[in-house]
Design a protein around this ligand. Structure first.
Ligand code: FAD
Ligand code: PYC
Length: 415
């Protein structure tokens, strides 16, 4: 792989950009691989990358039914933060944030990580208590967050109405190290690095079945034929229940739509991320100037990748209350993704009842921020067959044993 650099840009500018290589190759599948990863979203690609980089396992196929990054990884609103409540969550989300801080250099691909600060508004007394508790927990965990007053909120975000008619701002949980990244670039950067290690990214190839012998996985049936493997990683977000069914077990998970939208571009007006869970809305401004906006999940299970009308109305109504200047903005685009929700709002990074078959899912509405940490932990699980310290608590049997990792207070959006 030729390195991207300022010199490469200058060189290509001189020769009409004729020398750029394809960022990744799209080969036909081999009969068998050491590891097959199903799902070329951020988590699947990061798993493959760290399997190669940290564990020297490179005979890997990443199988994707659509195009890489076309699932939730390319549909999210790119908020990155690690201000979770429980210790296992703080550990994995902060590992992810630390990796994000150096990811562009590591991948030699600009993922546009922008640590502009993330603010979660408290607009009820219940939220004040919840977020103060999170600040205390974060300080004990070594994750730097702080509580800020309404006046400090207003100073950081002058366009905000902190004296809203229904829910005045009572303060905020603030993480200055949080921010945003470019979602496509994260997928593309990992894909390019995986391809450079000789891994096969096989797109337009749907997994239709999982084959096993004597309780051990042997491969997957796909629309391009049978592909054998010694180990299988299932990393398919909202479709995890279906993959699990193919492998013969059930997951404590459900699939719901989460949607987002962007406004027409305007001049810079907001240089932090603001989340307002009580009124159900959050917003940041993209580098292009669009206001990136989202709200709550649909209240019913579905696979539409669209989202329903009432959320658009509810989200915008809420945000106009908090940001009156939004009332005259036109919305440009709207889309949805299918998120994978567990009962405690925490992920699964786990062995499964099928030997050598591993699952990574349940990131729900908040997994973009986790991609590097999740890939790191999943790679360790797949390589060693046992979870390391980052993944241990996230096993799928915690629901049977009542060992929940309750993150409802930290979830980015209301559900
Ligand atoms: P995906 O990116 O969905 O990848 C899974 C892949 O598996 C897909 O490409 C799919 O095509 C493939 N697949 C499925 N079934 C099969 C099959 N049978 N065979 C082969 N391939 C298959 N998180 C944040 O941290 N911050 C945010 O601001 C944020 N905002 C969000 C806003 C929206 C609107 C949405 C929808 C999500 C948001 N999230 C956010 C959540 C985040 O996007 C997800 O948690 C994360 O992207 C999940 O990544 P993934 O790699 O697990 O899944
Ligand atoms: O988890 O921070 C988050 C988030 C924000 C919007 C959707 N998810």
């Amino acid at each position: 792989m030729k390195r991207y650099s300022v010199f490469a840009i200058a060189r290509e500018a001189m020769r009409y950009h004729s020398g750029w290589e394809k960022a990744w190759v799209s080969p036909e599948p081999k009969a068998k691989y050491d590891v097959v990863i199903v799902g070329a979203g951020g988590h699947g690609l990061a798993t493959a990358y760290y399997l190669g980089k940290n564990h020297g396992i490179k005979n890997i196929a990443i199988i994707e039914k659509g195009w890489l990054g076309g699932g939730n990884t390319g549909r999210n609103t790119t908020i990155i933060r690690s201000n979770y409540l429980q210790d296992p969550s703080a550990a994995i989300y902060d590992k992810a944030l630390q990796l994000y801080e150096g990811l562009s250099q590591d991948l030699n691909y600009n993922v546009m990580f922008s640590p502009r600060g993330v603010m979660m508004l408290a607009q009820t007394h219940h939220e004040v208590r919840g977020y103060l508790r999170t600040v205390h927990a974060n300080n004990l965990q070594g994750v730097e967050t702080k509580w800020i007053t309404p006046e400090e909120v207003k100073k950081i975000v002058p366009i905000m109405n902190i004296n809203g008619p229904r829910y005045p701002v009572l303060g905020a949980l603030y993480q200055p190290r949080g921010g945003t990244g470019r979602h496509d670039a994260v997928a593309w950067g990992y894909a390019r690095a995986c391809s450079d290690m000789g891994m096969h990214i096989i797109q337009n190839c749907e997994v239709k079945g999982v084959r096993s012998e004597n309780g051990t996985v042997t491969g997957v049936e796909t629309t391009k034929g049978f592909i054998g493997c010694n180990k299988l990683g299932m990393v398919v977000a909202g479709h995890s229940g279906q993959l699990a069914e193919m492998a013969g077990f059930r997951l404590p998970i459900e699939a719901v739509a989460l949607q987002a939208m962007v406004s027409e571009p305007i001049k810079p007006a907001l240089d932090v991320v603001v989340m307002a869970n009580t009124v159900h809305g959050y917003m940041s401004q993209s580098d292009k100037g669009e206001m990136v906006i989202g709200g709550g999940t649909d209240g019913f299970n579905n696979f539409t990748q669209r989202g329903s009308w009432h959320h658009i109305e509810e989200t915008l109504r809420a945000l106009v209350e908090t940001f009156p200047m939004l009332s005259r903005l036109k919305m440009l685009r709207q889309w949805g993704g299918i998120v994978d929700m567990t009962g405690d709002r925490s992920p699964l990074i786990s062995k499964t009842p099928l030997h050598n078959c591993f699952i990574n899912c349940g990131w729900g509405t908040g997994g973009f921020k986790a991609i590097p940490g999740s890939g790191w932990a999943m790679a360790e699980l797949v390589a060693k067959g046992e979870p390391g310290p980052l993944a241990e608590a996230f096993n799928m049997w915690r629901f049977k044993e009542g060992q929940f990792i309750d993150e409802s207070v930290a979830a980015g959006v209301a559900h």
